[in-house]
Design a protein around this ligand. Structure first.
Ligand code: BV8
Length: 257
């Protein structure tokens, strides 16, 4: 017989109320209710015959730059129309209620920043940015020759989306900061990730071994569920706002008693 979600939320709020440093790790699931398909769900329709690694890797881009560029253009067009959802906004509110909250996200949609979150570490870059494939530097629209697909940097190399592809190293400083937060946090809140992509998926284990309390929010079990102390099953857009409300009712109860 599973514990009612209301009880789990209360327990989670009681834990959060007691800690100093909260690390939030988010994945595609927190943006699902903004209308952005999770990574696995992105490969539908025309793209269903490709694996993520074929489209989101330097090899895939070298093999077919036009195809990969079009996949990203289609995703960017969709992401530009999306807004942060109640889960993103609830994390902004949660940050006001704890001593220190940092967000490490695997998402490339910038929705945490657009919702108003500070201290956001983007492990996998930003899909709305472009970089020179050879130089790696960010390219602004007027810094590209738009007459070709993909556009070209003036150095002659192709422009590429500003994301970290499979087989590419994550930004060194960002990754080091993420692992430092995992080692120092008292509580790690994991929201909407399958826990399959490394090295991001190692962060909760690092936090656990450093003594942190782990809470997972997901609409189904993930590769991380077994290591979580609390598993809050449900949609992030519903669960995370309820967690903040539960925290507020805890504070109120303390004021009254
Ligand atoms: C690297 C940008 C080394 C691109 C992305 C074996 C072991 C260990 C590692 C590897 C290995 N084999 C290969 C590797 C390396 C590889 C890897 O991990 N592969 C996996 C597939 C096994 N990793 C890499 O290549 C990384 N680099 O290792 O470099 C290196 C070092 C030095 C020098 C050179 C190289 C780079 C990984 C980054 C890849 N880029 N994104 C783009 O977006 O196009 S990752 C991409 O996939 C997404 O950004 C996202 O981060 C990730 C998918 O993960 P999730 O976010 O979890 O999303 P997913 O769809 O999987 O799950 C969604 C979850 O949400 C689900 O659980 C679902 O239930 C839940 N959910 C859905 N709706 C809701 C919800 N939850 C709550 N509410 C809802 N409403």
């Amino acid at each position: 017989m599973s514990t009612p979600i209301a009880e789990l939320l209360r327990e989670a709020a009681e834990k959060i109320e007691k800690v100093h440093e909260v690390l939030v790790l988010t994945g595609a699931g927190i943006s699902a209710e903004s209308g952005i398909p999770t990574f696995r769900d992105t490969l539908v329709g025309l793209w269903e015959n490709f694996s993520p690694e074929e489209l989101a890797s330097p090899e895939g881009f070298r093999a077919n730059p036009q195809l990969v560029w079009q996949w990203y253009e289609q995703r960017r067009e969709m992401i530009r129309k999306c807004q942060p959802n109640p889960a993103h906004f609830a994390l902004v509110e949660l940050a006001k209620r704890v001593k220190r909250l940092s967000i490490v996200t695997q998402n490339v949609d910038e929705l945490h920043t657009r919702a108003g979150s500070k201290n956001v570490l983007e492990l996998h870059g930003r899909i709305l940015e472009n970089r020179c494939f050879r130089e790696g530097r960010i390219l602004l629209p007027d810094e590209m020759d738009q007459s070709s697909i993909p556009p070209r940097c003036f150095c002659g190399s192709y422009a590429r989306p500003g994301v970290v592809w499979f087989g590419e190293a994550l930004p060194t400083d960002t990754l080091a900061a993420a692992f430092a937060l995992a080692k120092s946090c008292d509580l790690c809140l994991i929201i909407g990730t399958s826990g399959l992509v490394q090295p991001a998926a190692s962060l909760p284990g690092v936090a656990l071994r450093a003594g942190a309390f782990l809470i997972e929010v997901n609409n189904q079990e993930s590769a991380l569920t077994d290591m979580a102390h609390l598993f809050l099953m449900g949609k992030a857009g519903e669960i995370v706002p309820r967690l903040v409300s539960e925290l507020d009712s805890l504070f109120r109860d303390k004021l009254i008693n």
